[in-house]
Design a protein around this ligand. Structure first.
Ligand SMILES: C[S@@+](CC[C@H](N)C(=O)[O-])C[C@H]1O[C@@H](n2cnc3c(N)ncnc32)[C@H](O)[C@@H]1O
Length: 240
């Protein structure tokens, strides 16, 4: 039986080739998007008092840990936890951690986080929320709101449908080149899923509304690279 599209088991199948294919298919732009995400959570880390506590960051759908590593390098004193249901992706990530002892990787699901309320200064998720079934995305977003401390930051990076002048070119890239290149380089149907899941993902304003429903106050919605990617930054609403 094949794994559900977007599930951890599906990612197990492509884990060994994931980093390489990512760089080739996004033309290296994905690393710039992750840097923007790191910048977006900086205010939450700057306000942690270093004499009283260590900053804590949770990276959901951490996969092969690129974003977790980028944050651990930027804040060597912080504790970064990367969480993902795919053991295969985490194994690839684990091998990259030699220079960042402040990262720990855990198997887990964004819909049921094994952490107390308000236990993180910042929570991030890059290219992961699209893989959570649509009916359960609010649940995952509410979990992010729950585990982030008041005044902390939630930053979500997700692919979208490119628009604007260069939109047609970017759409050709996403809809035609990426699935063909992905299937050719990996032999995997997973890259068809990538195209389909991007097309099915809510428009940025609609997704921001889901974040509000889940108890997050949206501070920023930035369309990056002709809207091929969106960065959503939020903070938890005050709890009553
Ligand atoms: C496209 S990868 C992104 C990996 C990494 N964040 C990055 O920037 O490269 C998507 C990840 O989402 C994970 N995932 C799928 N369902 C999930 C869920 N319910 N909760 C958390 N992560 C999930 C997959 O296992 C996979 O590692």
């Amino acid at each position: 039986m094949s794994a559900r599209d977007g599930s951890g088991a599906m990612f197990d199948a492509i884990a060994p080739r994931y980093d390489l294919l990512n760089r080739i298919m996004s033309l290296g732009v994905d690393q710039g998007w992750r840097r923007r995400t790191v910048d977006a959570v900086a205010p939450a880390l700057a306000s942690t008092n270093p004499s009283t506590s260590t900053s804590t960051i949770l990276d959901l759908a951490t996969g092969t840990a690129d974003l977790a590593i980028a944050m651990a390098r930027r804040w060597p004193e912080a504790q970064v936890t990367g969480l993902d249901p795919s053991v295969g992706m985490l194994e690839v990530g684990q091998k990259k951690l030699a220079a960042t002892p402040n990262v720990r990787l855990l198997e887990g699901d964004a819909r049921a986080l094994p952490f107390a309320a308000a236990s993180f200064d910042a929570v991030t998720m890059a290219f992961g929320i699209r893989n959570v079934p649509a009916a359960e995305r609010v649940l995952a977003l509410a979990e992010m709101a729950r585990v982030t401390r008041p005044g902390g930051r939630v930053a979500i990076l997700e692919l979208g449908e490119p628009r604007g002048v260069l939109g047609p070119l970017a759409r050709f890239h996403v809809h035609t080149l990426v699935p063909r290149l992905g299937a050719w380089l990996s032999g995997a149907r997973e890259y068809r899923y990538l195209e389909r899941s991007i097309a099915a993902f809510p428009a940025p304003e609609q997704f921001a509304e889901l974040m509000r429903v889940a108890g997050l106050r949206v501070l920023e919605l930035s369309r990056l690279t002709f809207g091929a990617c969106c960065l959503y930054v939020a903070t938890p609403e005050a709890r009553g």
